[in-house]
Ligand binder design. Structure first.
Ligand code: G16
Ligand code: MG
Length: 220
C-alpha cells in the first residue's frame, strides 16, 4: 500500500509552538490582553492573520488596517529572533529517525504547515531535503481547519487522501486532517486533541509498523 505521510511543522518537527506563544503574548499585551497557554491552543496551526484576528476578538479590540499589519509584522520579527537561535538540536525527539525510516521504506513524505516561515526553519535545522514536497503558508490560501494544505500535499505526493496519514499537534490541524478524510495522529495531550484518531506524547512512542496497519476507514 502506498502510504503518504504528511507532517505538520510547528509542534511536530520542531518546538516552535513555544516561540509563537511568547511572540503572540507580547503582541496581545499591546492591546491590554493577557494571552494564556489555554487560549493559545486555539492559535496553534492557525495562520498569522487568523491568529491576530482571534486575539483582537478576545481582547475586544479594534485596530486600523495599518496597525493590524504592524502588529503582525512585529510578532513575526519577534518570532524570528527565537528561530534564529535554533539548531538541529531543536528537532523534536524521534521525528527525524521516523521520517528517515519511512523514506527508506519508499513512502513519500510531505510537510503540511500553515507557516510562511516553514522553508527557512527547515533549512535552519538542516532537514529541508528530507521532504518530497513542502506545502506551507506561502502556497495555500485557506488556513487550517480547512483541509487545503493537506489535500494539496496529497496531490503532490500522488497518494489518495484515504491513504494519507497526518501528524499534527493542533486542534485546528487535526480537524483539517479529518476534513481531508485522512488518518489524524495527534502529538500532545489526549485531553486537548480529542478529535484525533490516535494521540501520542512524542514520536519516540510511535512505531511505523503501527501506522502501516491503520486506515481512516477503521476509525471514522
Ligand atoms: C504554524 C503555527 C501557528 C502559526 C502559523 C503561521 O503552523 O502552529 O501558531 O501562527 O504556523 O506561522 P507564520 O507566522 O510563521 O506564517 P503549523 O501548521 O506548522 O503548526
Ligand atoms: Mg503545529
Amino acid at each position: 500500500k502506498n502510504l503518504g505521510l504528511i507532517f505538520d511543522l510547528d509542534g511536530v518537527i520542531v518546538d516552535t509552538a513555544k516561540f509563537h506563544f511568547l511572540a503572540w503574548k507580547k503582541a496581545a499585551e499591546e492591546v491590554g490582553f493577557e494571552l494564556t497557554e489555554e487560549l493559545n491552543e486555539k492559535l496553534k496551526g492557525v495562520s498569522r492573520v487568523d491568529s491576530l484576528n482571534k486575539i483582537l476578538g478576545w481582547a475586544g479590540a479594534t485596530v486600523s488596517p495599518e496597525k493590524f499589519d504592524e502588529m503582525a509584522a512585529n510578532k513575526n520579527a519577534d518570532y524570528l529572533t527565537y528561530v534564529d537561535k535554533m539548531t538541529s538540536e531543536d528537532i523534536l525527539p524521534g521525528v527525524e529517525s521516523f521520517i528517515r525510516e519511512a523514506k527508506a521504506k519508499g513512502y513519500p513524505v510531505a510537510l503540511g504547515s500553515a507557516s510562511k516561515n516553514a522553508p527557512g526553519i527547515l533549512k535552519h535545522v538542516g532537514i529541508y531535503d528530507l521532504f518530497d514536497t513542502i506545502v506551507d503558508g506561502n502556497s495555500v490560501t485557506k488556513a487550517k481547519p480547512d483541509p487545503e494544505v493537506f489535500t494539496v500535499a496529497a496531490k503532490a505526493l500522488n497518494v489518495a487522501a484515504t491513504d494519507c496519514v497526518v501528524f499534527e499537534d493542533s486542534e485546528a490541524g487535526i480537524e483539517a486532517a479529518n476534513n481531508a478524510g485522512m488518518l489524524s495522529i495527534g502529538l500532545g495531550s489526549k485531553d486537548i486533541l480529542t478529535e484525533a484518531a490516535y494521540v501520542f506524547g512524542e514520536f519516540t512512542e510511535i512505531e511505523l509498523s503501527f501506522i502501516e496497519t491503520q486506515t481512516t476507514t477503521t476509525n471514522t
